[in-house]
Design a protein around this ligand. Structure first.
Ligand code: FAD
Length: 494
């Protein structure tokens, strides 16, 4: 059987291993960490469990498909529920909005709380759905680097509607046109953060994201986000994929412009094909440093990063849901701090994710596991010790003002994740969450391809096409695997 080596067991590396094992390849995964999942892992402490990275789950069918192509019923291995409320939004003046999954209920909630007409909200969601309809067949399911993609019928349909796809205005400009209430503009601008971008710079094309949450749904895996990693890792093992943990790849060996294998701890492991799931920028700077570099892509600004406090809270707050947002009073200023000043604003928007709301055993009785996160600049060598302590103070003050509590006295467990740790734990350039940012008109469309000029070398994961976030990472594995023919010598009948 032909051999494939995958570098990294992030969510896209796992999905790639499953897809290629199904195509009859002998697959080995080399992972620098002692565990699979990369950003999608978990920590436990004193009766609390926390998902460490992603918390919002959309397009669950992308996970299910991996079971289906492996001849299994995904419901026997991976279960999830659709959330009745996507997110609970809080402002300091006491305004609270529940983003119900039922869009009519959400529109009615917005009308009653902000006086914005329900039709306006429903129209905005229709607009999001329109962008999705015309861009997703092109952008999410195909390589934009294959010339055929640009000349197919899907491309033609998109060209004909170019003016309506949001490329020529920013997300904020579009939302200001759509809505009259600044709080609603803020609520919809927040979707830019789903891929680490700035709503005041990123094109309104990113208004595609609310479509995923409202029209397609936000979900929660019954055993927590980490169950995505666990179930896919188990599936890959069942398909015969071999994992090598604590085995960092040091170099991709190339001969006559064709991959030969990887160097790990001074030893060459040969393979017919290589799939790189390591952050693209760092892969070129380390594993491929002797090869031609895609300079423009390497120099592009990166997406934002995150500062997270995992707090065990010895109290329950009935008003809080799985996803909660405590909004900044000045959103523009907050983003100027993140992207221009590269520091943290004193009144940050605080995101609190509490899985114990749905999964009781994630916290002891009468307690909650708070994943408390703010968006921060990626690592440019800032004084993180200082920024962290200032941010902790600002976050606690914000929570106390908005929820009328004294949160500090309720914290009994604390762990912290910051840009430097994200960088060291997952090799992400500058600790950015989503690879290159989409802060200019074309950046989202001009990411690194899922293949490379070096024969036999492929790319998947959040730093390449189509982008970061679990669904897009899973799609990157699909687009990549679709480029690789079934292994002819294989006896695999799937
Ligand atoms: P990664 O998770 O980046 O993993 C790469 C793997 O490769 C790592 O395990 C690393 O150790 C390994 N590796 C790197 N270099 C080497 C080497 N040389 N040799 C061997 N192994 C190597 N997405 C969502 O969809 N929803 C969210 O709510 C969300 N929130 C997020 C919050 C946070 C705090 C973070 C950090 C991310 C969030 N994301 C979210 C983004 C999402 O987590 C990522 O886009 C996705 O998990 C990236 O997966 P990946 O396959 O690119 O690999």
């Amino acid at each position: 059987n032909k051999q494939v080596i995958i570098i990294g067991s992030g969510i896209a590396g796992l999905a790639s291993s499953i897809r290629l094992a199904n195509k009859g390849y002998q697959v080995q995964v080399f992972e620098a960490n002692a565990y699979p999942g990369g950003k999608l892992s978990e920590i436990t402490q004193d009766g609390y469990r926390f998902d460490t990275g992603p918390s919002l789950f959309t397009l669950p069918e992308q996970v299910e498909e991996l079971f289906t192509i492996s001849g299994k019923n995904s419901h026997d291995h991976f279960r999830y529920i659709r959330l009745p409320v996507n997110c609970h939004y809080f402002w300091e003046d006491g305004t609270r909005i529940k983003a119900y999954a039922d869009i009519n209920k959400f529109a009615a909630e917005v009308e009653s709380k902000l006086g914005e007409k329900r039709e306006t909200v429903l129209h905005a969601l229709e607009n999001a759905s329109f962008i999705y309809k015309y861009l997703s067949p092109l952008f999410m399911h195909r390589s934009l680097h294959r010339i055929g993609t640009w000349f197919g019928s899907n491309a033609l349909k998109a060209y004909l509607r170019l003016g309506k796809l949001g490329l020529f205005q920013t997300m904020n400009e579009s939302n200001q046109r759509q809505f009259s209430h600044p709080k609603l503009v803020q609520l919809f601008n927040r979707y830019a953060t789903y891929n680490g971008s700035n709503p005041y710079q990123t094109p309104a094309t990113l208004n595609i994201i609310p479509h995923l949450e409202f029209n397609r749904g936000a979900y929660f895996p019954k055993k927590g986000m980490h169950a995505i990693t666990e179930s896919l890792y188990k599936l890959a093992c069942e398909l015969g994929v071999q994992f090598h943990f604590n085995q960092k790849v040091d170099k991709i060996v190339v001969e006559k412009n064709h991959v030969k294998g990887v160097m790990v701890q001074g030893k060459l492991h040969e393979a017919d094909l290589l799939v790189n799931n390591m952050d693209m920028v760092n892969a070129y700077k380390t594993l491929l440093r002797d090869q031609q570099q895609p300079k423009r892509l390497l120099q592009q600004p990166k997406s934002s990063s995150a500062l997270i406090f995992y707090w065990g809270i010895k109290k329950t707050f009935p008003d809080l849901d799985l996803h909660n947002i405590l909004f900044s009073e000045d959103y523009k200023e907050e983003f100027d701090h993140i992207f221009s000043k590269q520091t943290i604003y004193s009144d940050p928007t605080v995101y609190i994710n509490i899985t114990s709301v749905y999964k009781n055993d994630d916290a002891p009785a009468n307690c909650m596991n708070w994943f408390t996160m703010i968006n921060v600049p990626n690592n440019q060598g800032q004084d993180w010790e200082l920024l962290k302590s200032e941010a902790r103070f600002a976050i606690i003050a914000k929570i106390n003002r908005t929820l009328n509590t004294d949160i500090e006295s309720l914290i009994e467990v604390e762990e912290i994740l910051e840009p430097i740790t994200i960088e060291t734990k997952t090799s992400s350039a500058n600790g950015a969450l989503y690879g290159n940012s989409s802060n200019n008109r074309y950046a989202a469309f001009l990411r690194h391809a899922n293949y490379s000029p070096i024969k036999g070398l492929y790319f998947c994961g959040g730093s390449v096409h189509p982008g970061g976030g679990i669904p897009l990472c899973l799609l990157s594995a699909k687009i990549m695997a679709d480029m690789i023919p079934k292994n002819q010598g294989s006896t695999n009948t799937l």
